[in-house]
Design a protein. Structure first.
Length: 212
C-alpha cells in the first residue's frame, strides 16, 4: 500500500548526547533492550534516538519506557546487530526541520567503470562505490524555526550530522544517514511567500529501517 507524503518528517539529530552517562546493557534480538542492574532509565525519554557504541552508524527511536523497576526501553523495529552486550548506550535528541513543502532524495548512483579489454566482444563494465547523492528540500522560510536555524548553523560550521527521514505510515518506516548542510538559500516575490531551498550532501550509506 502506498504511503502518503503528508506527515513525513525530516529530523536532525543533536550533536551531543542528552544522556551523558554510559550504560552497560544486554540486548536481545527483539524490539526490547533487556538491561543489567546497573542500568537506570533516568535521562531517556520517548522519541529520543539511541546510539549503541558497537553500531555507531545505527540509530533506534525510543517507543516507550517500561519503568525504572524493570529497566527496559522499547524501541521501534528490531536491532540490526547481534551479540549479548553493548559497552555504551547514549540517547540523542532530535530537531524537527519545520515547514517543508517538498523534498527529493536520498538518491545517487555509483560510477560506471569500463573494464573492456581487447578480448571483449562488447563493452564490459562494473559499478564502483555507490554515491547516495543528496537530499534537497523546499520549505516555507520561518526565521524562528529551530530546525531551520540549526541547519543554517550547521552549514556555517561545516558540521556533519545524522539525519532521519521518518515516513508517515503505520509501520513507521524511514531511513537515516549522515551528511552536511551544503546549501540554504531564500527567495521571495511580489504577492508571494518567502521560501527556502536546502540541500544535504550525504556522506556514507543510507540505511532504510522499520521503526524510526
Amino acid at each position: 500500500m502506498a504511503m502518503e507524503t503528508q506527515g513525513v518528517q525530516i529530523l536532525r539529530l543533536s550533536s551531543t548526547a542528552d544522556v551523558s552517562t554510559s550504560r552497560t546493557i544486554d540486548i536481545t534480538a527483539t524490539a526490547v533492550i533487556g538491561v543489567g542492574a546497573s542500568f537506570v532509565e533516568a535521562g531517556f525519554s520517548t522519541g529520543m534516538f539511541l546510539l549503541l557504541s558497537e553500531r555507531s552508524t545505527d540509530f533506534y527511536r525510543i517507543k516507550s519506557l517500561a519503568g525504572a523497576a524493570s529497566s527496559i526501553i522499547n524501541i521501534y523495529g528490531n536491532f540490526r546487530t547481534t551479540g549479548t552486550t553493548v559497552a555504551s548506550l547514549w540517547g540523542f535528541g532530535s530537531t524537527f526541520i519545520g515547514e517543508i513543502t517538498d523534498f527529493t532524495g536520498p538518491g545517487g548512483a555509483g560510477a560506471v567503470i569500463d573494464i573492456t579489454s581487447i578480448q571483449s566482444t562488447a563493452k564490459e563494465k562494473m559499478i564502483g562505490l555507490r554515491d547516495e547523492g543528496q537530499l534537497s528540500m523546499t520549505m516555507n522560510f520561518v526565521a524562528t524555526d529551530a530546525g531551520q536555524i540549526a541547519f543554517i548553523s550547521d552549514r556555517a560550521a561545516r558540521t556533519k550530522r545524522t539525519y532521519v527521514l521518518k515516513f508517515n505510515d503505520a509501520a513507521t518506516h524511514g531511513c537515516d544517514f549522515q551528511g552536511y548542510a551544503m546549501q540554504f538559500s531564500i527567495a521571495g516575490a511580489v504577492d508571494n511567500k518567502i521560501t527556502a531551498n536546502a540541500v544535504i550532501e550525504i556522506s556514507g550509506a543510507v540505511t532504510y529501517t522499520t521503526g524510526v
